[in-house]
Design a protein around this ligand. Structure first.
Ligand code: GDP
Ligand code: IMO
Ligand code: MG
Length: 423
């Protein structure tokens, strides 16, 4: 049985959590393949809202396996809080939640290093979520990391203190004031580790091999978005993992030829949290309306998200890199009431018109070229079928499908599970 992938095509927060939850009933296993608690995946059902950071978004379906893959980085303190938060839904994680032994742990000093690095960059900071993501992946690729499986050895604390001491020398090197105290962070960390040890640790690639042999279906859940990919994103304003389709292979141990569908999720407009280039960013009333109607505040940090028109040049690039087979358009309801909708189809760059992303998106000479569409005024949240979408929205959808040459199979019209229209 093949594996399907679901990933974000923009700068994150496209609505991945919602759609994974909606699609979970079609799969046996939901597996997160990269990122860590920098992610905030929001699920809304039965008038309740949950934000997941590390746990896959299939967790509320009690008969499914949810796997945190080797490519994920885990903060045990945050993971425990998530587990506490979902308890009221009677989720039995002893049967449904599995963690790869090869996943790396975020140590308290990784968080301090993240904060020190950001502070030392001043106005050039990445705008990191300060969850310790960058330093943890640095230790992974630098071959110094601390893995979940290390907790099964008796002398794990020696390994912990060796690494932590090294980090402290680096933190001293930055020579900046930090708001965190290592002592407090460490006491929470050690307490959380004892709880973490009670969760099922597995050799996750084997679990997935065996599941594939038994014809089980797997949905791989991405975090962040393609433009935050460490290789293909707007470097250096990116995260530290491969958020694109290839990341699912390395982050789970699935082979490229076992991948079937690649679901690409995008908002009907664009948002970004943190620093970095954003060619279609709006500073006018259209942007303010998107921010307000879309409630555009980060699910992890609460920071306001920057808003702008849809960037088709960037979206095409993301579809290409990921091999997207099906598209899902999110937050379409947010654009209801706009008198016009703009889509960036090209850029003006160094006096020329281009249709691809240049090496440096921050150059002042880069300017979006827009096509204009008629808006719609209907409240989409009340719709029960995609057959009843307003005419001008259908025109917008037809245009995107023809430009991208990929079908849009879901139009999302609200945060709730039920506010999902299939085409
Ligand atoms: P993720 O990180 O990709 O899972 O997305 P987030 O959860 O960070 O951000 C998406 C936000 O939009 C959350 O607050 C969702 O509840 C909300 N949301 C998802 N889909 C829709 C939609 O179609 N319409 C509206 N209005 N909100 C949505
Ligand atoms: P989900 O999975 C949106 C952004 C941060 C920052 C940059 C680097 O919810 O879509 P990091 O903490 O990874 O070192 O931050 O990446 N970022 C996200 N933006 N959604 C996310 O995840 C993000 N995870 C990281 O704001 O600009
Ligand atoms: Mg999010």
């Amino acid at each position: 049985m093949a594996v399907d992938l679901l990933l974000g095509l923009q700068w994150g927060d496209e609505g991945k959590g919602k759609i994974v939850d909606v699609l979970t009933s079609n799969y046996d296993i939901i597996a997160r393949f990269q990122g860590g608690p920098n992610a905030g995946h929001t699920l809304v059902f039965n008038d309740k809202k949950y934000v997941l950071h590390t746990i896959p978004s299939g967790i509320f379906h009690n008969d499914k396996i949810n796997l945190i893959g080797n490519g994920v980085v885990i903060d045990p303190v945050i993971l425990n809080k998530e587990i506490e938060n979902i308890k009221e839904e009677n989720v039995d994680i002893s049967k449904t939640l599995f963690i790869s032994r090869k996943a790396h742990l975020i140590l308290p000093t990784h968080r301090l290093l993240d904060a020190a690095s950001e502070k030392s960059k001043g106005k050039n900071k990445i705008g990191s979520t300060l969850k310790g993501i960058g330093p943890t992946y640095m230790d992974k690729t630098g071959r110094n990391g601390f893995r979940v499986g290390d907790l099964e050895s008796k002398n794990w604390k020696t390994k912990y203190y060796d690494l932590s001491k090294k980090h402290q020398q680096l933190i001293d090197f930055y020579n900046v004031e930090l708001d965190f105290s290592l002592e407090d962070l460490e006491s929470d960390f050690f307490e959380a580790i004892e709880k973490l040890k009670k969760i099922n640790f597995v050799d996750s690639e084997n679990l997935l091999f065996e599941s594939q042999d038994k014809n089980k279906s797997i949905l791989a859940e991405g975090a962040q978005g393609s433009l935050l990919d460490i290789d293909f994103g707007t470097y250096p304003y990116v995260t530290s993992s491969n958020t694109t389709a290839a990341g699912a292979c390395t982050g789970l141990g699935i082979s490229p030829n076992s991948i079937n569908d690649v679901f690409g999720i995008f908002k009907a407009y664009t948002t970004r949290v943190g620093s970095g280039p954003f060619p279609t960013e709006l500073f006018d009333d259209y942007g303010k309306t998107m921010s307000k109607a879309g409630n555009e505040f980060g699910a992890t940090t609460g920071r306001p998200r920057r808003c702008g028109w849809l960037d088709l040049v960037a979206l095409k690039y993301a579809c290409r890199i990921n091999g997207v087979t099906k598209l899902m358009m999110m937050k379409t309801d947010v654009l209801s009431g706009f008198d016009k909708i703009l889509v960036c189809t090209k850029y003006k760059y160094r006096g020329e018109t281009i249709e691809n992303l240049p090496y440096n998106l921050s150059e002042e000479s880069l300017e979006p070229v827009y096509e204009e569409f008629e808006g719609w005024s209907e409240n989409l949240r009340e719709l029960k079928s995609a057959d009843n979408l307003p005419k001008s929205l259908n025109k917008y959808i037809d245009f995107l499908e023809s430009e991208l040459n990929i079908p849009i199979v879901i139009v999302s019209v609200g945060p709730d599970r039920k506010e999902t229209l299939f085409r």
